[in-house]
Write a protein that binds this ligand. Structure first.
Ligand SMILES: [Zn+2]
Length: 242
């Protein structure tokens, strides 16, 4: 735990930490695999994120503390190796009980990052599925938070950038070469949607990185290592990823 988190830890109730530990042990396989020392730090980061983020939900939908903890844990998982521990711009997470559509559009969403309202929208059934099925490379909460980090990183909203420029540039250079291959069906570790653009590929690469780290590494050790460098962690080492 760094100095900030050691300090934050002093203000957290033992009961809240215990509840967080129980929820994450049940829901988040990344958390469950961590060493005790890392779990303690993860709990502090999760409660810090939860306490500094506004959670809101569709009228009539009961958003429980358990749901908020699960959603927060996705952000903590991605940023566990980084200094950045909260979001600066996307301070509101809006949770819906089903997939949703924007007025006047036919498309149904399970999650999106709205740069106008500065909200992260997530449908709870999709979040739930993302965590219950741990190894299919699909996790909507990880996906949307990856977008938030890239957007905030590009605009330098956090007091320091989440990612090192050199590391992210190396990632982008490699990813740019993969996009045409993904589109042609010649690079199959990521789902097809990864071929859309760099923004989507980053989110999908992170879903794969956390849900299928060994497969990702076997398929492309270089791309895997480049991603691990950006995030400063390696989830193949379940107990000690950083
Ligand atoms: Zn996306």
């Amino acid at each position: 735990m760094n100095a900030k988190h050691t300090f934050v830890n002093l203000f957290l109730k033992t009961r809240s930490k215990q509840e967080c530990h129980e929820v994450l042990s049940k829901w988040n396989s990344y958390y469950a695999a961590l060493s005790e020392k890392h779990q303690q730090s993860f709990v502090v980061r999760t409660l810090l994120f939860l306490n500094t983020t506004d959670f809101d939900a569709t009228e009539g939908f009961e958003l429980t503390t358990e749901m908020k903890l699960v959603i927060s844990s996705a952000f903590v998982q991605i940023t566990f190796g980084l200094k950045q521990d909260v979001l600066s711009v996307f301070k509101t997470i809006f949770v819906t009980p089903t997939s949703y559509a924007y007025t006047g559009r036919d498309v149904l969403y399970d999650g999106d990052v709205n740069t106008v309202t500065k909200r992260v929208n997530l449908s709870w059934p999709a979040v739930e599925k993302g965590f219950v099925i741990t190894d299919d490379g699909l996790n909507i909460a990880i996906h949307e938070f990856s977008h938030c980090l890239i957007i905030e990183n590009a605009k330098g909203f956090y007091f320091s950038k989440a990612f090192k420029d050199a590391d992210l540039n190396a990632w982008k250079e490699l990813a740019t070469k993969k996009i045409p291959l993904i589109r042609e069906g010649k690079y199959t570790i990521f789902r097809d949607y990864g071929g859309t653009n760099l923004m989507e590929l980053f989110a999908i690469a992170l879903e794969t990185f956390f849900e299928q780290p060994h497969e990702f590494y076997s398929y492309s050790p270089t791309f895997y290592r480049t991603t691990a460098k950006v995030l400063k962690q390696d989830p193949r080492n379940g107990k000690n990823p950083k």
